[in-house]
Design a protein around this ligand. Structure first.
Ligand SMILES: Nc1ncnc2c1ncn2[C@@H]1O[C@H](COP(=O)(O)OP(=O)(O)OP(=O)(O)O)[C@@H](O)[C@H]1O
Ligand SMILES: [Mg+2]
Length: 335
């Protein structure tokens, strides 16, 4: 359904008065099959939202290829782009700012239908009621304003609006992190249920690894604009290979992670994307760094079984070594 290849996004900025380009995304490859829920995780500033927004064409200053259902999105005609905007929708972190405070709930949810379809009058009202019902809001909310709703209710309105045009792909950017903890679980369960019921594909951006594990069948770990590890959630969580993934997982109490194999949590801060390190971007914080090896210029992905990809030269070397050893003939016993 979605194939992202070598995506790069740079923002023109000023650094001590000089013009510079901040590389927020640095060569990202993502593949989503229909029905997948891919969790995109990583520290603040790693480029997750930029990837999500670029996929939805909210950033156009990018290079690489984004192919949706066989069609490259940068080559769409304006009519095709309009259709794409129905098929792919985004839900943002903060439902308070995503809703117009002067519009009733009815108006907010009806807006995409008014703009993109010919549904009007009684049929429009019925459709909006139906959408509110799907997201678990009663009819009495129809003519209320956002300030009269709780955070969780507002996020439900945003979801109703996002699903109004029967989209196929939903990009969810931290959809519950602005909500109270008690409401987060409800919204997550609800999102999980609509994913199956409405046959949706999710790109689920989150800081929270436990949530990603619960919602997503695939996971991609981002660091400084690159994906350092990706694969099936179960594979990545039970057998993390990249030192960054290991460190991220070390910081969360997930019972299924083998305690003995836990690595140390992360120290220090993520470097500035204006001053990218040489070689492996994670090198400055990596506990397993091998000087002379990890500062080489290009580090490519190593593929482990079941499309588990790891961008780490040490993993690549270990794998090469294991393969050579496996190919070596078994020495004969001395007589
Ligand atoms: N419009 C912009 N102009 C300049 N820099 C930007 C812009 N948008 C994002 N950035 C920078 O790009 C980098 C990636 O930002 P992004 O918001 O994608 O990260 P993120 O992983 O979503 O972080 P968070 O978890 O905090 O939401 C950051 O260094 C950010 O400051
Ligand atoms: Mg973000």
């Amino acid at each position: 359904m979605l194939d992202v290849k070598d995506l790069k996004v740079g923002f023109p900025v000023r650094q001590s008065g000089e013009k510079a380009v901040l590389m927020a995304v640095n060569g990202v490859d993502i593949r989503l099959e229909k029905g997948d829920a891919l969790g995109l995780v990583g520290e603040s500033g790693s480029g997750k939202s930029t990837v999500g927004k670029t996929i939805l064409r909210l950033n156009k200053n990018s290079s690489g290829r984004i192919v949706f259902d066989g069609q490259e999105i940068s080559k769409m005609t304006s009519k095709e782009e309009m259709r794409y905007r129905q098929r792919a929708q985004m839900i943002f972190q903060d439902p308070h700012s995503a809703l117009n405070p002067r519009m009733t709930i009815f108006r907010s949810v009806a807006e995409p239908l008014i703009l993109q379809t010919k549904i009007r009058g009684g049929a429009l009202k019925r459709k909006v009621q139906e959408l509110l019902e799907i997201v678990g809001l009663q009819r009495q909310f129809l003519y209320r304003y956002p300030h009269e709703l709780s955070g969780g209710q507002k996020q439900r309105v945003c979801i109703a609006r996002a699903i109004a045009l029967n989209p196929e792909l939903l990009v969810l950017d931290e959809p519950t992190s602005a909500l109270d903890v008690s409401v987060q679980a409800q919204i997550l369960e609800f999102l999980k249920s609509i994913q199956t019921e409405l046959d949706l594909t999710f790109l689920f951006i989150s800081h929270n690894l436990a949530v990603v594990r619960h919602i997503c069948n695939k996971v991609a770990v981002m660091y400084l604009g690159q994906i350092v590890e990706q694969g099936d959630t179960e594979d990545v969580f039970s057998n993390p290979q990249h030192p960054y993934t290991k460190a991220l997982l070390a910081a969360v109490p997930l019972p299924e992670i083998n305690q003995k194999r836990r690595s140390e949590p992360l120290h220090g801060d993520i470097p500035s994307p204006l001053n990218l390190p040489r070689g492996c971007f994670f090198g400055s914080r990596c506990r397993e760094k091998i000087v002379g090896l990890c500062d080489q210029s290009s580090i490519s992905n190593t593929e482990l079984p079941s499309r588990h990809l790891v961008r780490c030269i040490k993993v690549a070397r270990e794998r090469e070594l294991a393969e050579t050893q496996a190919e070596m003939p078994i020495p004969l016993k001395a007589e």
